[in-house]
Ligand binder design. Structure first.
Ligand SMILES: Cc1cc2nc3c(=O)[nH]c(=O)nc-3n(C[C@H](O)[C@H](O)[C@H](O)COP(=O)(O)OP(=O)(O)OC[C@H]3O[C@@H](n4cnc5c(N)ncnc54)[C@H](O)[C@@H]3O)c2cc1C
Length: 532
């Protein structure tokens, strides 16, 4: 093998072109830095990509699909991505949750419509929903901005403190700390709003009876009421492509199919990277890692370059659960036995809050869930450009244990996620939809199953099919993310910044870890140069 090839020097090198890496790259380019982004995959986007693998006429989002957090993100808004080809589209309704009795719990963008539908099901729930919305109106924006900026959220605090008394003061804080299932029972009499809360909490891996699940539930429901669950016209990949186009328009460089295998360290400072091909690229001011923490520490950065404390803490780094995702190209709309009052983009599938809780509990108990909770996307409903008129580009995903000890269902799925496990589990998932939409199977033109291995092969940050760069549970949040410290983008190595979903505030497409990392890099450079 030949020795390392020396390449150019940049102000910053960003490892990984996921949304967070691209946000960091844009931010640094805005500051006039010369920036190179290196991406292992053949295309940019990380877990925000789309493809036409299933059918040439159908666009499928390979991973993520709905972007309430992106729509609420001030960072992304500041990039004016609409000027770089991004157009947001909305389904007629944000979210629907079909029940076995034929009714639908619905989240409509118009809160009055949501409230009226909830009121029809249970007297008083409409008013209770509107009360929740009006409390949120007072603090929601500050809360979201506090969540999406570095910890502690100093800038958001005044707004929060101003709004809190009108939102209910300490009672509102208590409400946000209440677990999702308890909260649903406390606020509402009917099952529909309880399902909306529980289903939205189920987007994170926080148990529905644990602190944090209530905040997640309220956050996503209220974002549904304020910004909706939008999708990029033409496919998820248009969002990251817009970020990449803006960045290259500023003079930034992106090189794909370039895996970084080592962060180079000299005298305790990150000074560049070495690619898998042996090319050495140097960074004057910063290496920004859009890399899952468990790969960064001890793999990309050699163990000998890290303090023992970091290595020890990383041994206790807790991944979030694994994932199985199924995509379908359908030759017609989903034949829901009882059609929803408004056609939703996102659909949640679980018969009751109790069944939903049980499914998540089984995953926590390392069992393959018998009745998995499905997150479903009707993408053509949300964006008619995704497939020909009258058809549907659809997906569903659900979580499974990182390592399973048994199948809580009857099929003896072993949890090794080879082709047999994946196909049988996909049948179980499809069976859940078929029960609510008889004839669904006959609409399928083609199906693709992405198990944990397939997800990771397409994006190595999705270790074992984990989607959020580490658990979202309280023991690994804020100053504890990814390891106990300050909850900031700085790492034990000068010049190295963590920009991925493994950093505060975690997963979801909002760009906060990327923005925080860029901000920290710029601040450090100013300190070094002694400039204000
Ligand atoms: C199936 C699925 C569904 C989801 N649904 C939603 C949703 O609907 N809405 C939402 O907001 N969020 C959703 N998420 C979560 C969201 O996609 C992630 O939180 C987000 O993409 C994280 O962004 P990131 O930039 O930190 O990492 P990623 O998007 O994972 O990007 C990391 C990039 O870095 C590259 N990389 C890693 N290591 C190296 C290396 N050594 N050298 C070079 N390149 C490297 C990878 O190839 C990848 O391109 C979903 C995720 C998954 C997997």
């Amino acid at each position: 093998m030949s020795g390392p090839v020396s390449g150019a020097t940049y102000d910053a090198i960003v490892v990984g072109a996921g949304p967070n890496g691209l946000v960091a790259a844009n931010r640094l380019a805005d500051h006039g830095w010369s920036v190179l982004v290196l991406e292992a995959q053949p295309t940019v986007g990380g877990a925000v990509r789309s493809d036409t693998e299933l059918h040439p006429d159908f666009v499928h989002d390979t991973f993520s699909a709905f972007y309430p957090l992106a729509a609420a993100s001030r960072t992304l808004a500041s990039f004016a991505l609409e000027d770089h080809g991004l157009t947001w589209r909305h389904a007629p309704a944000v979210l629907g949750h079909p029940l076995p009795d034929g009714s639908w719990a619905m989240l409509h963008r118009d809160r009055e419509v949501t409230a009226a539908l909830l009121e029809e099901q249970y007297a008083g729930d409409g008013a209770a929903w509107l009360q929740l919305c009006s409390s949120w109106d007072r603090v929601g924006e500050s809360l979201v901005s506090g969540l999406l900026t570095p910890f502690p959220p100093v800038r958001a605090l005044p707004g929060l403190l101003r709004g809190l008394p009108g939102a209910g003061g300490a009672d509102f804080v208590k409400m946000l700390l209440t677990p999702a299932t308890t909260l649903g029972r406390q606020l509402f009499g009917g099952v529909h709003p309880r399902l909306l809360l529980a289903g939205n909490a189920g987007h994170a891996d926080i148990p529905l009876d644990a602190v944090g699940s209530g905040l997640m539930a309220v956050l996503l429901c209220m974002l549904g009421q304020t910004v909706g669950f939008p999708v990029p016209e033409g496919g998820a990949g248009r969002l990251t492509q817009a970020l990449a186009d803006r960045f290259t328009g500023l003079g930034g460089q992106v090189r794909c199919s370039m895996r970084v295998e080592r962060v180079l360290v000299e005298k305790g400072r990150a000074v560049g990277v070495r690619t898998a091909e042996g090319e050495v690229l140097r960074a004057r001011h910063a290496v920004i890692a859009d890399v899952i923490a468990s790969h960064l520490y001890g793999d990309l950065v050699a163990p000998g370059d890290l303090p023992t404390r970091t290595l020890t803490s990383m041994r206790r780094f807790d991944l979030d659960p694994s994932t199985v995702k199924v995509d379908w190209a359908l030759d017609g709309p989903v034949p829901w036995a009882s059609p929803p009052p408004y056609r939703p983009g996102t659909v949640h599938v679980s018969d009751s809050p109790e069944q939903l809780t049980e499914a998540l509990t089984q995953v926590a108990a390392r069992a393959v869930p018998a009745d998995p909770f499905l997150l479903v996307g009707q993408m053509t409903t949300a964006d008619p450009t995704r497939s020909p008129d009258g058809t549907e580009s659809m997906w569903a995903y659900t979580h499974v244990p990182q390592s399973s000890v048994r199948d809580a269902g009857d099929e003896g799925i072993r949890g090794v996620w080879d082709s047999s496990d994946c196909q049988r589990f996909a049948d179980r998932m499809q069976g859940r939809i078929e029960r609510l939409a008889p004839g669904f199977g006959s609409k399928v033109l083609s199906r693709r199953v992405l198990g944990p291995d397939e997800l990771e092969a397409r994006d190595e940050n999705l270790v074992g099919g984990a989607v959020n760069g580490g658990t979202s549970q309280l023991h690994q949040q804020l100053v504890l993310r990814p390891v106990p410290g300050l909850g900031r983008a700085e790492t034990p190595l000068r010049g190295l910044f963590l920009a991925s979903a493994s950093a505060h505030p975690g997963g979801g497409v909002h760009g906060a870890p990327g923005s925080n990392a860029a901000r920290a890099a710029v601040a450090r450079r100013r300190r070094r140069l002694g400039r204000p």
